[in-house]
Write a protein that binds this ligand. Structure first.
Ligand code: ATP
Ligand code: MG
Length: 308
């Protein structure tokens, strides 16, 4: 298996803020590595260190076998990067944006036309060549951003919250493109706060306060979860939450649409006590049952452990 991204012991501080501390991971061809974590965890800083947009305090990065410190231009030439707040030129058309990023990435003019057509077909924007980027929908902008990021056919792609603010259907669409890139042997590092996106990665690193608290496949992380989760469908939900939190075995309650996920020390006690407590508080319960933990549950539990 060829390792295309190797980050060893990355650290970076801004004044007293230790944005990234001792972060190490490796990503192979065809693999998506997800960096997840709350706001300010250090995800963007980690990605910027990988591309060399920020200098490291300590540690080293190697991209496609090339050391970023020793040979930055060569190392970067194999990498595509879609920044968290990436900027398309809104006055330029779709085609002109691609031409601009192609030129920045050193693509020969003669190669540009064929590559543009290929990319626009790939991201589903064929026919939109002459539309100003500012007049695209959110999802189309994201896809054009992706096309611009891979205009030079990189082997490594770094995506910083690529689908933030995009609806779930468009997110699904966008991931179909990423899955095709992965199948072609690309290595992907993606930051996200969406768990449906995280669940698509082969491996995840969970960051908090600059550190990687845990890493593993989504399945391994949920299997290692210590505790139990109950799902409660009830109304009114806010009142239900207040009642549940009074039970000594309920550690926290997370809202998922019309349901609560209760993280509990053990399932038995709360399963016996909660129906009575909820009825007494005039909460109507549609369902209360033990469920396998979701990735959210795992990360919320990790954060809670880390704070206590
Ligand atoms: N250029 C900078 N100067 C000073 N502090 C910074 C700078 N960039 C990031 N930080 C700080 O470093 C920490 C990590 O920030 P970073 O942007 O990497 O987090 P993040 O996980 O990407 O968060 P978000 O989910 O908000 O994008 C934060 O405390 C942030 O305020
Ligand atoms: Mg960020």
């Amino acid at each position: 298996m060829s390792i295309l991204v190797e980050a060893r012991d990355l650290s970076k501080s801004f004044g007293k803020t230790r944005a990234v501390q001792g972060v190490s991971f490796a990503v192979a061809a065809g693999e998506a590595y997800g960096l997840v974590g709350p706001d300010g965890a250090g995800k963007t800083t980690a990605i910027r260190l990988l591309i060399g947009a920020l200098g490291l305090d300590t540690g080293s990065v190697s991209l496609c076998g090339t050391s970023l410190a020793a040979n930055p231009d060569k190392a970067r030439s194999s990498v595509g990067y879609l920044a968290q707040r990436f900027a398309l030129y809104t006055d330029l058309t779709v085609q002109e944006n691609l031409a601009f990023f192609g030129a920045v990435r050193g693509l020969a003019r003669s190669a540009l036309q064929a590559r543009s057509a290929e990319l626009l077909g790939f991201v589903g924007l064929a026919g939109f060549e002459n539309r100003p980027a500012g007049q695209l929908s959110g999802g189309m902008k994201q896809k054009l951003g992706l096309a611009c990021a891979i205009v030079h056919t990189p082997r490594v792609l770094l995506l910083d919250e690529p689908t933030a603010g995009v609806d779930p259907v468009t997110r699904q669409d966008f991931w179909q493109l990423l899955i095709r890139l992965l199948a072609g042997g690309m290595a992907l590092v993606v930051t996200t706060t969406y768990m449906d996106e995280a669940a698509r990665c082969q491996r995840l690193g969970f960051m908090h306060s600059g550190r990687l608290l845990t890493t593993g496949s989504p399945r391994a992380l949920t299997q290692a979860f210590n505790g139990a989760v109950l799902e409660l469908t009830a109304a009114p939900l806010k009142q239900a939450r207040n009642v549940c939190m009074q039970d000594a075995d309920v550690l926290d309650a997370l809202t998922f649409g019309d349901r609560l996920h209760l993280r509990v020390r053990s399932a038995t006690g709360p399963l016996q006590r909660l129906p009575g407590m909820l009825a007494a508080a005039a909460v109507s319960v549609a369902q209360l049952r033990a469920i396998p933990p979701a990735l959210e549950d795992v990360f919320i539990a990790l954060l809670a452990e880390h704070k206590s």
